[in-house]
Design a protein around this ligand. Structure first.
Ligand code: PGA
Length: 244
């Protein structure tokens, strides 16, 4: 049985004060048999780690540089994240790929670095609307998944399938559309790692997840949770999703 996991991707939202009050409220709920991850901005990470010590809430960064240190103005290194007690890192989010031009080669370096530093990695893949309409969804997802080839250990890995056309648009993939890609990703994991890795690795769905549509998605065999953007900014709606 794969434990369901729910991650709140706040993106560039919430001041430290807002982050603190969200986490205080979230801590009051019990999420039995579920894994909860919150991904605040870099500036709120240290406070968030402290606030969630001895709770079931894990704290992750939304991005990371691959190098331990160096002349990389404006970047944050794995050592800095480790130093403050961060345990999870999101890598390859479509906004990083499309708005900040991160390519598969760079993302591959980041994943390898994060895994070697012992982080749990939520690795994002997904096609644009154009790519879907041209029938290229599988090709794109397969190319993105190639970034995982050669990793020694798949233990610390989760995959998030986020169709770019569904992110922040209010358009969700139907449970059937999502399941089709999730089971394809599971097959790719078996090829890249092993059959047992394919059985254990959680694949989250992301893209306009709400309290209303989550149950239909979770009912599918290969959907093991959600990476939630917009609906994770409100503690009540994120709590409803994570308890669905
Ligand atoms: P959304 O974002 O839920 O606002 O569509 C999801 C994500 O980008 O992680």
């Amino acid at each position: 049985m794969r434990t369901k996991v729910f991650a709140a991707n706040w993106k560039m939202n919430k001041t430290r004060k807002e982050a603190k009050s969200f986490l205080e409220a979230l801590k009051k709920s019990k999420f039995e048999g579920r894994e909860i991850i919150v991904l605040p901005s870099f500036l709120s990470l240290a406070d968030a780690v402290k606030a969630c010590k001895d709770t079931q809430i894990r704290i992750g960064a939304q991005n990371m540089h691959f190098a331990d240190a160096g002349a990389f103005t404006g970047e944050v290194s794995p050592l800095m994240l480790k130093d403050i007690g961060v345990t999870h890192v999101l890598i390859g989010h479509s906004e990083r790929r499309h708005l900040f031009k991160e390519d598969n080669a760079l993302i591959q370096k980041k994943v390898a670095s994060a895994i070697s530093h012992g982080f749990h990695v939520i690795f994002c893949v997904g096609e644009t609307l154009d790519e879907r309409e041209q029938g290229k969804t599988r090709i794109v997802v397969r190319e993105q998944m190639e970034a995982l080839r050669g990793l020694k250990d798949a233990e610390q890995l989760m995959i998030a399938y986020e169709p770019v056309w569904a992110i922040g648009t209010g358009k969700t993939a139907t449970p059937e559309q999502a399941e089709e890609v999730h089971s394809y990703i599971r097959m790719l994991i078996a090829q890249l790692f092993s059959k047992s890795a394919a059985e254990h690795i959680r694949i989250l769905y992301g893209g306009s997840v709400t309290p209303e549509n989550i149950a239909g998605l979770l009912a599918k065999e290969s959907i093991d949770g959600a990476l939630v953007g917009g609906a994770s900014l409100d503690v009540k709606s994120f709590t409803k999703i994570a308890k669905a």
